[in-house]
Design a protein. Structure first.
Length: 379
């Protein structure tokens, strides 16, 4: 009786041992999944940060491939990537303005070794591009970036000293209108009226002219390139915050002399009433910018950008003269009145000219506020 009971207990003990061993294996597998796989994820994120930083740093040295490679590898090491674990390719896809960085790392497993897994190789990849700021949208006296809104020149006596670009259509309607440079659009270009002059190329998917006294240097029935507008508001905000010139709420500037060598950043709207400006820099508003009055002059050496990050820019009043570049990449620039002059450029998602005798006069010195180049991650 006792012997039979002992044999039964011994058999059950053996089964319990097997179940316990299997449970330990399963538990180790779960721990391996939680700890080791989590560790792989953390290392991959850190590696991606290193690859991003290396690609951006290297891009600043382009188009010098050797300098860009050296800088990228150095920054990868500064971010914890071991020597010899970073590969750099530039030119990337044949483009000397692009750089690819790939960082690799071997993550040693801890608990997963019980299951026969010792390590895993993880990698992260980033591609950065260096772009010039003086071209693109800022290469034009008037620029409309919206892909479904027509850039229309209505009225008489409109004078554009420079070129105009639209990411949709251009229509010139009226009399006595002049664009000294090119007028180009991704879609159609049309000139209706009399005494209309385009000194350079009139370019669009189709070109139409109706009227008398229309003078065009050259016509090209081919779509112009679609052009993006850059966003550099974060850099302006950082500079203003460091200088103590970052403000919250609507700010009004009345007849004062403002030095913009240090940028002004306003989280809100800006109203400008007859102010004078000097220096090279920005007034940036996250909201709208409104100009009232006729006395909006800068010093002769000033290069100012009035930048509405997400709002609109409006100029009210006849006979006003403003020195500076107007930039509303996500909004509308509207000029209300007659005899208005902007010594600079008008660049926006949408542009509205209301009135006659409007002048936009761009020059070689009005883009001094722009950084010479910028870098960005594209992959």
């Amino acid at each position: 009786m006792m012997r039979s009971l002992w044999k039964k207990m011994k058999g059950e003990l053996g089964q319990s041992t097997i179940l316990l061993a299997l449970s330990i294996v399963v538990l180790c597998g779960v721990v391996a999944m939680v700890v080791d796989v989590g560790m792989v994820g953390v290392n991959r994120e850190q590696l991606q940060t290193a690859a991003d930083a290396a690609a951006l740093a290297g891009a600043y040295d382009l188009p010098s491939a050797s300098a860009a490679q050296t800088t990228a590898i150095h920054y990868a090491e500064l971010n914890g990537v071991e020597s010899g674990h970073t590969s750099v390719t530039t030119p990337y896809n044949g483009d000397s303005k692009k750089i690819e960085v790939v960082c690799t790392e071997t993550v040693e497993y801890t608990f997963a070794r019980i299951l026969g897994y010792t390590s895993k190789v993880v990698s992260a990849r980033a591609v950065a591009e260096k772009t010039g700021m003086n071209g693109g949208a800022f290469g034009f006296a008037v620029f409309s970036g919206n892909d479904s809104d027509t850039l229309t020149f209505n009225g008489s006596g409109i004078y554009i000293d420079g070129s105009a670009h639209a990411n949709y259509r251009i229509k010139i309607n009226g009399s006595g209108q002049t664009i000294t440079g090119n007028a180009e659009a991704v879609s159609t270009v049309t000139a209706n009226g009399s005494s209309i002059t385009v000194g350079g190329t009139f370019q669009g998917s189709s070109v139409t002219t109706h009227g008398s006294g229309i003078s065009i240097g050259n016509t090209v029935a081919s779509p112009a390139a679609f052009l993006e507008m850059p966003n550099f508001s974060a850099a302006i905000e950082a500079q203003a915050a460091a200088a103590g010139t970052k403000y919250t709420g609507t700010q009004t500037f009345n007849g004062s002399n403002l030095n913009l060598d240090t940028p002004i950043y306003v989280d809100g709207n800006v109203v400008i009433n007859g102010s004078h400006f000097n220096g090279t820099g920005f007034i940036l508003a996250t909201g709208d910018i409104t100009f009232n009055g006729s006395n909006l002059k800068n010093s002769s050496s000033a290069s100012i950008c009035f930048y509405s990050e997400t709002g609109d820019i409006t100029i009210n009043g006849s006979g006003s003269e403003l020195d500076g570049v107007l930039y509303a990449p996500n909004g509308t620039i509207t000029m209300n009145g007659s005899g208005q002059t902007v010594n600079g450029r008008v660049i926006a998602d949408k542009v509205n000219f209301n009135g006659s005798g409007l002048q936009i006069i761009s020059g070689s010195n009005d883009l001094g506020f722009l950084p010479s180049s910028s870098v960005r991650l594209i992959e």
